[in-house]
Design a protein around this ligand. Structure first.
Ligand code: S3P
Length: 185
């Protein structure tokens, strides 16, 4: 059971799932938590890419979203549940196939919460181009898409065991906050 640095009381032997909308910082934050905690990091989208042998965009284009959700669920549930791992999930992962229930039963879920305009800022330009759901959209269309989708998805995201409002917070503060919250669980 790994002991997290500077957090003597915090020991874990289960996965920590970072959830939230595209662009909320799950991968960046996941890597930081994993480094600080000296535990492995897994990017679920990356696992899907390895399994599929192609990018998420190509998989969507070739097989459609339903097939992607099936593969995503399969890869999620293949994660060992008795090991400490930080997992950055895809923005849609908790919203399909009862995945939020499964994650809550098998680990600690952490929702990185940001409002639509802040997400837009992060998804504008290069960051957005790799996301199939944003392909071909103007900035106004992306903002509409984020607002509508976030509204649909928040009922899943808000089932997370920890909700961290990361708006206007620098990454090291977010990291400390998540550690404190995990410690007090
Ligand atoms: C998706 C988010 C993406 C990726 C796929 C679908 C979504 O992951 O899984 O493009 O439905 O929100 P990120 O949240 O890491 O961008």
């Amino acid at each position: 059971m790994p002991l997290l640095n500077n957090s003597p009381e915090l020991t874990i032997s289960h996965p920590i799932f970072l959830i939230g909308f595209m662009g909320c910082g799950k991968t960046t934050m996941g890597k930081k938590i994993a480094k600080k905690g000296v535990i492995p990091f897994v990017d679920l989208d990356q696992k899907i890419v390895e399994q599929a042998g192609m990018s998420v965009s190509d998989y969507f284009a070739l097989n459609g979203e339903d097939a992607f959700r099936e593969l995503e669920t399969h890869m999620l549930r293949a994660i060992p549940t008795t090991e400490a791992t930080i997992i950055s999930t895809g923005g849609g992962t908790p919203c399909f196939n009862d995945n939020i229930e499964w994650m809550n039963e098998n680990g600690t879920t952490v929702y990185l919460k940001l409002p639509p305009r802040a997400l837009l800022k992060r998804l504008s330009g290069k960051e957005g181009t790799s996301r199939p759901l944003l392909k071909g959209k103007s900035e106004d269309e992306i903002l509409d898409f984020i607002t509508i989708k976030l509204n649909e998805r928040e009922k899943f995201y808000e089932q997370a065991k920890l909700i961290v409002d990361v708006h206007n917070m620098n990454p090291s503060l977010v990291l400390d906050l998540i550690f404190t919250k995990l410690q007090s669980k």
